[in-house]
Design a protein around this ligand. Structure first.
Ligand code: PMP
Length: 392
């Protein structure tokens, strides 16, 4: 029997993530230094762990309200107001999810009808395209460019909209480019989003990791706030990737319908993680600030290092990735990463894993200690000598 034929063909045709594929290869080698992983190297702040442990000791180990513990939703609303001037009602506008990942999935499933187009900005996080396809949507790409600091412009957006466009998925600060959008960058887009009644899924999981300008959300624009589904979570800023906790905020109608999917397929996010997160939001800001300061120092160090080695790298304003240009080597990004792994034992992610617009670049994470980054830079520097000699 051909079991594959029994399956949904959209699923059969999905390609495994380019990141995973590459790291499976890296795991076959010994003593590899990785700058590839997109998760904090910091431990979860201990006050969060203690609150979660205490919840278990107190036998708070059952389902919570479908949309999450009310005290957590309240703290999320306080936090968004305090940090980003965003006002949401904990009883009407918030769903606590299993990571930002679930929030992306259930939002897309709730808004897409078969054939609806969803605009994605390339290069982008690897999970977006599969999530759109699995929800029955059609992906329409806008290619961002390094010359433009990987920002979205009015012209790009206008050219991508068709009568079938239902939504646009934004992710600023961006994985993989570290690019951001400021208030001024968003301003020209607002009328277009309003006029075409686009739903904006805004994945702001890296919002706290904004190093220069204050983070701006499309939901900061009152004219379109009710068209925005804000997605965020605890994985990155609170170093809680394994706890699997995120959330979404949106208008009451969106929330009412999205909640049905969450209710039927998830019930509620993990209870101990929710108790931990309440503590994190209440008393964890100093730990978040300290981690962000470390990322800032690493960013400055690694960007200077890559430019010194001869791989042009712009200074990203957010997240914890740099996106060096490797075009001078004449290699594709996959060839470059394979050769780097083979000859220098350093693992980075090929830019093409994030879509065609990422070709000619590699994604390098600086969620690693300065000491690890230093060793990796020395190895990459030696590796690059063969290319620099050829071009001098
Ligand atoms: N969005 C982006 C842009 C990400 O980089 C990630 C994690 N790599 C996620 C969402 C998913 O995060 P979570 O752990 O909250 O599901």
């Amino acid at each position: 029997m051909n079991y594959e034929e029994l399956m949904n063909q959209d699923v059969v045709e999905l390609k495994p993530s380019g990141i995973r594929k590459f790291f499976d290869l890296a795991s076959t080698k010994k003593d590899v230094i990785s700058l590839g992983v997109g998760e904090p190297d910091f431990a979860t702040p201990w006050n969060i762990c203690e609150a979660a442990i205490y919840s278990i000791k107190s036998k708070k180990t059952h389902y919570t309200a479908n949309s999450g513990l009310l005290p957590l939703r309240e703290e999320i609303c306080h936090y968004l107001d305090r940090q980003y001037d965003l006002k949401y009602d904990p009883k009407k506008n918030v769903i606590v999810t299993v990571g930002g990942s679930e929030a992306i999935d259930i939002s897309l499933r709730a808004i897409i009808s078969p054939g609806d187009e969803v605009i994605l900005l390339q290069p982008c996080y690897v999970a977006y395209e599969p999530a759109v396809i699995l929800a029955g949507g059609v992906v329409k790409y806008i290619e961002l460019t390094s010359e433009n600091e990987f920002k979205l412009t009015k012209e790009m957006l206008e050219n991508a909209i068709t009568p079938k466009t239902k939504a646009i998925l934004l992710n600023f600060p961006s994985n993989p480019t570290g690019g951001i959008m400021t208030y001024e960058d968003y301003l020209p887009l607002i009328d277009i989003i309003k006029e075409h009644q686009l739903i904006v899924l805004s994945d702001e999981i890296y919002a706290e990791l904004s190093y220069e300008d204050k983070h701006c959300s499309p939901a900061n624009f009152e004219e379109i706030k009710d068209q925005v589904i804000l997605i965020s979570g605890f994985s990155k800023a609170f170093a809680m990737t394994g706890w699997r906790l995120g959330y979404l905020c949106a208008n009451e109608t969106f929330v009412k319908h999205i909640l049905k999917i969450h209710q039927y397929v998830i019930m509620s996010a993990p209870s101990s993680a929710q108790y931990g997160a309440i503590e994190g939001l209440k008393n964890g800001q100093k730990y978040v600030d300290a981690m962000v300061e470390q990322y800032r120092q690493r960013r400055n160090y690694i960007v200077n290092g890559f430019n010194r080695i001869g791989l042009p790298t712009h200074m990203p304003k957010g997240a914890f990735y740099i996106f060096p240009c490797i075009k001078k080597t004449g290699l594709t990004s996959v060839e470059f990463c394979e050769k780097l792994l083979e000859e220098a034992n350093v693992a980075c992610v090929p830019g093409s894993a994030f879509g065609e617009a990422g070709e000619g670049f590699i994604r390098v994470s600086y969620a690693y200690s300065i000491e690890e980054i230093k060793v990796a830079l020395e190895k990459i520097g030696k590796f690059m000598e063969q290319f620099n000699e050829n071009h001098e």
